[in-house]
Design a protein around this ligand. Structure first.
Ligand SMILES: Cc1cc2nc3c(=O)[nH]c(=O)nc-3n(C[C@H](O)[C@H](O)[C@H](O)COP(=O)(O)OP(=O)(O)OC[C@H]3O[C@@H](n4cnc5c(N)ncnc54)[C@H](O)[C@@H]3O)c2cc1C
Length: 487
């Protein structure tokens, strides 16, 4: 293919697909290049053991509603099978605590453990959501500056902030769980701001918009693929971009791994900023050294994903009819120590687990009469690569033992399992270390998207203010490029 395009998008993940669809809709001749044979990045389903299906990601909590609307994703099959999933904390000896969007119900549930918290919940919810919505302007739109004082929540670690508000350990744990996916510890500076980012997405039990798409997050990616193709994007899979071509400080195209050169005046790159600056660009460009410095990363713990095929639902899934996210940990302090242990490459004594039952929302995830239990383990050493079967088996056993301490019958119901260790996830999807939350959440979209190379825009996960499937970085990167009007 010796062709010229207006724009090339490097990466066929959610953000790459979104950027490509917006550019093509605006009339730009757009090529998208993805090294894997599949599109959608980590939004994929993996079939295992006769009829069970594991969604690699098990919920959506930060989708950009504008992407869904603008790209008319409903026309391409996207819909939510469940939304407003409450958080259920299964901790220690207490009854499970349900924190849901319904402020009255949550307040009543809290009454069982703390009258003070029960009374405080309504006002806390009102204030925290109010601040989160004001801050949302800076996380949802490239133009907006926020005019609110968030100094205190930036400085205070989440555990300190929560201690000042509530008595109930289960409630504090529910809120702290919400930030774990970002790789941030509740004891870290920036963690309170991280919770507000989560609340700004209408999640966190306060507004509980965590959702499960019909067919899983993979269907979101599939709808984006259809939208991109319908807009006229040319897609090439199975080939990697080896190098970004520059002329002086301007982007000129890409070189593929097979040596093919393709020219374009605009390149959107969904690979991480670190990979782009270290491996795809020539180092001689002025400003690159400075930009590479800004990729400083933080040793976040590894995350593992497990799926269990069950012949029946465990008893705790009857809380809220299984339509919930179940958080399993003894107390907030265990969550903090698990994070520090994993960060320094030790397997924690107690694993923070989030459980979802996709087969309750969508029957296609398990054979008739059976169920799928999807588990995210939030703190394991990043180096856990599963290179030996023994390491996988020992993680499966540790996870099941943690669940069985609360629900002994679980082990009887497990018929099959599938494990993705941190090493599997980074080998398949290139998940890398993240920037400290306090820095990442305070940078602007322009800081994260623009580069010292004219015409080169970052549009992937490192352009987002926090880890999530969203599509927002793809949309905003395309909008910024189109506004600059170089092509
Ligand atoms: C274990 C784990 C679980 C998570 N679970 C959830 C969840 O349940 N819900 C949620 O909302 N979020 C979740 N997240 C966050 C979410 O997965 C990611 O933040 C999101 O997928 C980022 O996607 P992205 O579209 O920005 O791109 P990335 O996934 O970073 O995609 C980069 C793309 O660029 C391509 N690429 C890289 N190099 C090249 C090259 N040289 N040439 C061409 N292409 C290249 C890659 O193949 C890939 O397609 C989770 C994260 C982790 C780590």
């Amino acid at each position: 293919m010796n062709d010229t395009f207006d724009a090339i998008v490097v990466g066929g993940d959610v953000n790459g697909l979104t950027a490509a669809a917006y550019l093509a809709r605006a009339g730009r001749k757009t090529l998208l290049v993805e090294p894997r044979n599949e599109l959608g990045g980590d939004c994929e389903n993996i079939a295992f053991s006769d009829g069970f299906v594991m969604p690699v990601l098990h919920e959506v909590h930060a989708l950009d509603p504008q992407v869904v609307r603008d790209l008319k994703l409903a026309r391409f099959g996207f819909r939510l099978a469940a939304r407003d999933l409450p958080a259920v904390v299964i901790s220690g000896a207490q009854q499970p605590l349900v924190v849901s969007r319904d402020a009255f119900l949550t307040s009543r549930n809290l009454g069982g453990t703390s009258r003070v918290d029960s009374e405080a919940w309504g006002i806390f919810r009102y204030k925290a959501l109010g601040l989160a919505r004001a801050l949302r302007a800076m996380w949802w739109s490239a133009e907006q500056r926020v005019d609110v004082d968030f100094d205190q929540i930036l400085r205070l670690p989440l555990i300190t902030w929560l201690e000042s508000k509530f008595e109930s350990d289960a409630l504090k744990t529910a809120l702290a769980f919400e930030i774990l996916e970002s790789g941030c510890s509740p004891a870290e500076i920036g963690s309170t701001l991280q919770l507000h980012w989560r609340l700004a997405q209408e999640a966190g039990g306060l507004q509980a918009a965590c959702a499960f798409p019909a067919g899983g997050p993979a269907k979101f990616a599939e709808a984006l693929v259809h939208a991109a193709r319908a807009a006229g994007v040319t897609v090439r899979t199975g080939v990697r971009v080896d190098r970004i071509i520059t002329l002086g400080c301007r982007v000129a195209g890409v070189v593929l791994a097979n040596g093919e050169e393709i020219f374009a005046r605009m390149v959107h790159c969904s690979a991480s900023r670190a990979e782009t600056f270290a491996s795809l660009l020539p180092t001689a460009i002025e400003g690159i050294a400075h930009s590479a410095d800004s990729t400083v990363s933080w040793p976040a713990p590894g995350i593992a994903r497990l799926a269990f095929g069950l012949d029946a639902l465990p008893e705790f899934a009857s809380t809220n009819d299984g339509k919930a996210r179940y958080f399993i940990i003894d107390r907030l302090a265990s969550l903090v120590s698990a994070h520090s242990a994993a960060q320094f490459d030790q397997m924690p004594d107690e694993l923070p687990l989030e459980l979802v039952f996709p087969s309750i929302f969508d029957r296609s995830f398990a054979p008739i009469g059976q169920h799928l239990m999807s588990v995210t383990v939030y703190a394991v050493p990043r180096t856990t690569d599963g290179s030996s079967a023994g390491m996988r088996e020992s993680l499966v056993a540790k996870v099941l033992a943690a669940i069985a301490r609360r629900v002994p019958e679980i082990t009887r119901h497990v018929k099959a399992s599938h494990v993705l260790m941190p090493g599997d996830l980074s080998a398949r999807y290139g998940m890398d270390a993240t920037m400290p939350a306090a820095i990442r959440l305070c940078t602007t979209w322009a800081d994260r998207i623009m580069t010292p190379v004219d015409g080169l825009y970052m549009c992937g996960r490192t352009a987002e203010p926090s880890r999530a499937i969203s599509g927002r970085a793809g949309r905003i990167a395309a909008e910024m490029a189109l506004q600059r009007g170089l092509v």
